[in-house]
Design a protein around this ligand. Structure first.
Ligand code: GLU
Length: 477
């Protein structure tokens, strides 16, 4: 017997950004495909033209690429592989509809929207759920009358789904009605396209968010009507916010690209999302290769996971620390650029990266810590009042003279000047360093002081020290 190769898909609708929940679904499909040597497909479900946009599609693809979730099939466009798009597959839906009609598994319904509306209202008045009663089942074509195509669902019986994550779930047929495959304008419906594509693409495992569980019985009937065996289903519980309601903008940024823009590393987001609903012992930090090697549905949690932004930050900090200074500098550059800042050279970025690697949790924080190098900082009044005080002025002036005469600007040249100044004035390092820090950066929190001097450069450092001294020594008005 040949081993079955899994075929998995992620099927986003381009009606919004890729959010964390969607990204986790995409990741789980991708991991399972990579773990088993199977195939991962990306399918854009864009048949709802009124809500789908090209911008959202582009943003979803960008997020997938940023996360490194590459797909294996799809049309070649301009040398790269595009995703499948449902709007490019309408012939397939047509053909499937024709076949179902021909085989008597679907039928024409000529009930008008007004008629259906009236019946819906009547059901509401009687406080019973509205279900289409199947009155057109035996009617056949009514010449000249537009029709929708409905799937014939058996009145009796139950759909049983052995969900890989949720276990056995039963859906009585009496809760379903003969749902619409094609609308009267000929457009295919959402559930219809999903199943035609899952069949056509040979999907073996449908792994998706559990908000789709209620679609599953409808889809199961269609798989059967199309004469196709069922894929395995696995519905992943959704992601919740800290108050245990569905994760939304109220709790945190939800769009994946927002995390990129804030300075999270894609490997941190991937690691965090993987661990959010899956575990392998106590391990928290995984390389991509480890995730691929260890991922399985058995390790996937069955209850909803709660998003913890602090933990994501922690994972990000761990991942930043694991990078070489050069690699970290490389990742940092776009964050400086997006602030409109042009760092002098690679050595400079590398120095900033090393100075902040142990202190910051995101690339955005590192970039922000360098703000004093790109604009004249505004002086924090509280910090200035505390540290730029007359008692430190003589030492500061002394240090300034030493720095003006210094032959180098590296820590090795500058540090002895600080030390000798402290000794001469009987000051503590904190008093002097904080005064210098506020003078150079405007704040009392910054990268280490010798890095601050180096990053800012000799001329600007001296100028800012002089200005600070002038301010301390100026007679108060
Ligand atoms: N297009 C659906 C969504 O964006 C996913 C459908 C599916 O996975 O079956 O939620």
């Amino acid at each position: 017997m040949t081993e079955e190769r899994l075929r998995l898909r992620f099927a986003p609708s381009p009606t919004g950004h890729l959010h964390l929940g969607g990204a986790r679904t995409a990741l789980f499909n991708w991991l399972l495909a990579r773990h088993t040597g199977g195939t991962f497909i990306l399918r854009i479900e864009d048949t709802d033209r009124s809500r789908s946009t090209e911008e959202y599609e582009a943003a979803i693809l960008e997020a997938m690429r940023w996360l490194g979730l590459d797909w294996d099939e799809g049309p070649e466009v301009g040398g790269s592989r595009g995703p499948y798009r449902q709007t490019e597959r309408t012939d397939l839906y047509r053909a499937a509809a024709d076949r179902l009609l021909r085989e008597g598994k679907a039928y024409r319904c000529t009930c008008s929207a007004e008629e259906l509306d009236a019946r819906r209202k009547e059901a509401e008045a009687r406080k019973v759920p509205f279900r289409y009663d199947g009155r057109c089942r035996e009617k056949g074509e009514v010449p000249g009358r537009p029709f929708a195509l409905r799937l014939r669902i058996p009145d009796e019986g139950t759909v049983v789904v052995d969900d890989l994550l949720r276990g056995r779930v039963e859906f009585p047929n009496r809760d379903l009605d003969d749902w619409i495959l094609l609308r009267s304008d000929g457009t295919p419906t959402y559930n219809f396209c999903v199943v035609v594509d899952d069949v056509g693409m040979g999907i073996t495992d449908v792994l998706r968010g559990d908000d789709h569980l209620s679609n599953t019985p409808k889809q199961v009937h269609l798989f059967r009507a199309l004469g196709h065996s069922l894929p395995r289903f696995a519905h992943v519980p959704m992601i919740l916010g800290s108050d245990r309601t569905r994760l939304s903008k109220r709790h945190a940024a939800t769009a994946v690209l927002a995390y990129r823009d804030e300075g999270y590393l894609p490997e941190a987001v991937v690691n965090y999302l993987a661990r959010l609903s899956w575990s392998a012992g106590d391990q928290e930090i995984f390389t991509r290769e480890e995730l691929v090697a260890k991922f399985s549905l058995e390790g996937t949690g069955k209850s909803a996971a709660v998003f913890n932004p602090e933990k994501l930050k922690w994972v990000n900090a761990e991942k930043m620390r694991a990078l070489s200074p050069e690699a970290l500098g490389e990742r940092l550059l776009p964050h400086l650029e997006r602030r409109g800042w042009k760092p002098p050279d690679r050595a400079w970025i590398g120095r900033l990266a090393v100075a902040m690697q142990e202190r910051a949790q995101t690339l955005g924080e590192i970039a922000d810590a360098a703000a004093f190098c790109f604009a004249e900082p505004e002086r924090d009044a509280r910090a200035a009042a505390k540290w730029l005080v007359p008692s430190v002025a003589p030492a500061l002036r002394d240090l300034l003279a030493g720095l003006e005469a210094a032959t180098g600007w590296e820590e090795a040249a500058v540090k002895p000047l600080f030390e000798s100044t402290l000794a001469r004035h009987g000051l503590k390092m904190a008093a002097l360093a904080q005064a210098v820090r506020v003078a150079l950066t405007g704040k009392d929190v910054s990268p280490p002081i010798y890095d601050v001097l180096w990053l800012l450069g000799r001329e600007r450092s001296l100028a800012r020290l002089r200005r600070a001294l002038d301010a301390i020594e100026a007679p108060t008005p």
